[in-house]
Design a protein. Structure first.
Lengths: 410, 350
């Protein structure tokens, strides 16, 4: 069919002309490479390359829709899994709009159960609520709002990696994933040998899972009734790590709090609002949490829990703990968008614009018939929305729509 | 990190004989295995035997003696434990030595704690930040290596003061983590399979210790889990995973890991686990031999993985809610162990 040929041709062009843009991964000789081939529609794994020029040649000769390499380093990357000889792995984080509930994913994301045909909007469930099936046809969109929320999560993550975990900024590599999120890859020597359990602890840290201040107070009520556990009445937060995040977050919450905000987190007494100064200095600063009348420890627990949600970074947890994970390679095309996975300095997180900087196809146009597509922006131009129409579009826009299954070449 | 090397005194080595420096001490001593049967070696041999015996009886190592007995008795005790060829005794001995070290370390200065930590290649320093009320700062990787299997949620990294890559600890906690290092180091030494031919006296002692352990601990406990897998003692979470897998339903990453590790932990041989999964469906063939053997500790890392504890399974929604026994345990394996014991003590039903 014409559309697939069109994509093949464009991807082939990219890899034969611009493959010099594909940067060399760290210690590439020790990594496993995997490719989804466009023509064959098959996954090829367990490849290894000693030199970047060999890899670039492979790309232009085989034209994959997606290119991956292992986060792990192996003695023999091209051997079968059990003979590879694991030598360590980067610490990687995947932040994807698929895992972040946003207001708009109910609008632009749809799923249909591959087994029974039941369909819904928003985030794809793990199992079909009707038949328990696990295969879904999904229709998603790399939406700006969703990408911005992924970016906010990335900002929080990078902040923790720098301030709490103490990684140097050159050790923290940040990438646009090419589709709906960001990758953060830590290539520090210190993390290479961490096992899955240690990585799980890091995951729990950045997502605030098991943070004790909250749980301690929770158990206090349910388990011991009215009796207060040692120290919980006066427990001050210090100015480092999660304590600092909680403290700053709670201060902000209280300073801006309205009755609505309190109700939203389940607090029904408004005592907090009448005496903000005392609440801030006595409770938050001195740690005497129950020293203001009408503001209970339970109230604080609710606020803390809310703040924890705001301050934690929403990552895809299984990616980080998988010691053999394949991750998309920097500088290669994403088969679902035709956009590039693209590295940029962490300092530029807020200003980075994926719809300009990750555009791979900068020349030519193509005529496509579009079934439907929301409004979108590419290289500074706004397109759509479209519904059952034919349009002549710049190559990048045409590739995006075809890759997302919203258009065909005519 | 570069640390000025602290020389350990003989008193230190007597307390912490697992330190690398003990090897030098022993070299100078020039003790030979064959000489162990000499009468003048009797105190050393006696103390070595006591170490292992106390470990079996009370997870202790007994009272210290003079340095010239105490220090060499440690490597001899190691040899003795290896000679029992019993993994229960070895584990228990390593734990006993580690616990003893922990209780001794609590009375040490910070400098001494740091010196011991340096022996385990920790990156550790005194805290110089007056705003932080804890004495020691440890690299978070050293911290994680020694805490991920500790159950109390106080050990979770998220509940620690982590700043700039350092976890801040008081002396007590640093010593507790060092206990883990000590235990691992001793367990490693006990893994040695090749033993020089031992004097008869030693083999006889090992035989006695084995007998003692059988008596005190009971055969079943010593062998770990009985080799027969008793499905009716599975906890609810495992039953659910098992059933889902048998129907070819999708299991999450955590779910697959839990089921596999659980089955391996209760003594199902890895190849049986692989067979089981294969018999279930095509999908689960993705749980390849490789993964199972990795979990079983036969590949790569060589550490056997333990199935996750209840709290982890709760966060990953693998826990399927709890029956009465669930409420008493923190680990599916504990559930299995208790249920099994209950069942075997019940009279057989007709
Ligand atoms: S409480 Fe523990 S043993 Fe019981 S179902 Fe949950 S995870 Fe399994
Ligand atoms: Zn369905
Ligand atoms: Zn959106």
């Amino acid at each position: 069919m014409a559309s697939r040929e069109f994509i093949y041709e464009k991807f082939a062009d990219y890899y034969s002309n611009s493959s010099l843009n594909v940067p060399q991964p760290t210690l590439m000789g020790q990594r496993e490479f995997g490719f989804l081939l466009l023509k064959e529609r098959a996954m090829v794994r367990h490849k290894s390359f000693m030199e970047i020029k060999d890899l670039r040649r492979f790309l232009s000769e085989n034209v994959p829709s997606d290119v991956y390499h292992s986060c792990a380093y192996y003695e023999n990357p091209s051997f079968e899994m059990d003979k590879k000889g694991w030598l360590g792995a980067d610490l990687v984080f995947d932040i994807d709009a698929d895992h972040i509930p946003t207001l708009c994913n109910k609008i632009h994301d749809e799923w249909t159960c591959g087994k029974c045909g039941f369909a819904g909007k928003g985030i794809t469930p793990e199992t079909c609520p009707v038949c328990g099936g696990v295969k879904f046809d999904t229709k998603t969109w790399p939406c700006e709002l969703c990408l911005n929320s992924a970016k906010e999560e990335t900002v929080k993550l990078v902040d923790m990696l720098e301030k709490d975990f103490g990684f140097a900024s050159k050790e923290i590599r940040v990438f646009f994933s090419g589709h709906r999120g960001y990758h953060v890859q830590v290539e520090a020597e210190a993390v290479r040998m961490l096992d899955a359990m240690a990585r799980k602890e890091i995951v729990d840290y950045v997502s605030g899972l098991g943070l004790a201040l909250l749980e301690e107070q929770a158990s206090e009520k349910t388990v011991t009734g009215r009796r207060r556990r040692r120290g919980s009445g006066s427990f001050s937060l210090h100015d480092f790590g999660w304590n600092k995040r909680l403290k700053a977050g709670m201060r902000k919450f209280i300073l801006n709090a309205t009755k609505d905000d309190l109700r939203a987190v389940g607090i029904r007494s408004y005592a907090l609002l009448q005496n903000k100064d005392a609440v801030l200095s006595r409770c938050l600063e001195e740690g005497r949490w129950d020293s203001v009348k009408g503001v209970s420890v339970e109230t604080w627990r609710r606020i803390a829990r809310h703040v924890k949600e705001l301050e934690s970074a929403k990552i895809d947890t299984v990616v980080t703990t998988d010691l053999h994970r394949l991750i998309r390679m920097d500088g290669t095309l994403h088969g679902k968008t035709g956009l590039l996975k693209k590295e940029f300095p962490a300092e530029r997180l807020t200003s980075f614009d994926p719809f300009v900087e990750a555009v791979a196809f900068k020349e030519g146009t193509a005529k496509v018939s579009i079934s439907d597509a929301p409004e979108f922006r590419l290289s500074g131009k706004v397109f759509g929305p479209y519904r059952n129409e034919v349009a002549e579009l710049p190559t990048a826009a045409a590739v995006l729509l075809i890759c997302k299954g919203r258009a065909e070449v005519v | 990190m570069q640390m000025e090397t602290v020389r350990f005194t003989e008193n230190d080595l007597a307390k912490y004989p697992f330190l690398k420096e003990t090897a030098e001490y022993m070299k100078k001593l020039g003790l030979k295995i064959e000489e162990l049967e000499n009468p003048e070696m009797a105190p050393i041999l006696d103390r070595a035997q006591e170490r292992v015996k106390e470990a079996i009886l009370s997870v202790g190592v007994g009272r210290k003696r003079e340095n010239y007995v105490e220090i060499p008795s440690f490597p001899v005790a190691i040899m003795l434990a290896i000679a029992t060829k019993n993994s229960f005794i070895k584990k228990r001995y390593a734990l006993a030595e580690a616990k003893q070290a922990f209780s001794d370390m609590q009375y040490e200065t910070n400098e001494r704690i740091m010196a011991i930590a340096a022996d385990f290649d920790w990156n550790i320093a005194l805290n110089r930040n007056p705003a932080i009320p804890l004495e020691l700062a440890v690299n978070f990787t050293d911290y994680l290596r020694n805490t991920t299997h500790l159950r109390d949620k106080n050990w979770k990294l998220v509940n620690r003061l982590l700043a700039n890559g350092k976890v801040y600890l008081n002396k007590h906690d640093a010593a507790r983590l060092l206990q883990e290092e000590v235990q691992r180091r001793i367990e490693k030494r006990l893994e040695a399979k090749e033993l020089p031919s031992l004097p008869e006296k030693i083999t006889a002692m090992a035989e006695q210790l084995l007998e003692l352990a059988r008596e005190k601990i009971g055969e079943q406990e010593m062998e770990g889990f009985p080799k027969v897998v008793s499905q009716s003692a599975f906890p609810p979470c495992i039953i659910a995973l098992y059933e889902a897998a048998s129907k070819g339903r999708h299991l999450s990453h955590v779910g697959r890991f839990t089921l596999t590790a659980f089955l391996v932990n209760i003594g199902m041989p890895p190849e049986k686990v692989a067979e089981l999964f294969k018999s279930f469906s095509d999908y689960n063939e993705r749980l390849t031999r490789y993964q199972i053997e990795h979990i079983a500790g036969e590949r790569g890392s060589r550490t056997q993985y333990t199935s996750p504890q209840c709290s982890t399974l709760q966060t990953h929604a693998v826990c399927t809610g709890s029956d009465a026994l669930c409420r008493r345990v923190h680990h599916p394996l504990a559930y299995y162990r208790i249920k099994l014991r209950q069942r075997t003590s019940e009279p057989p039903k007709k």
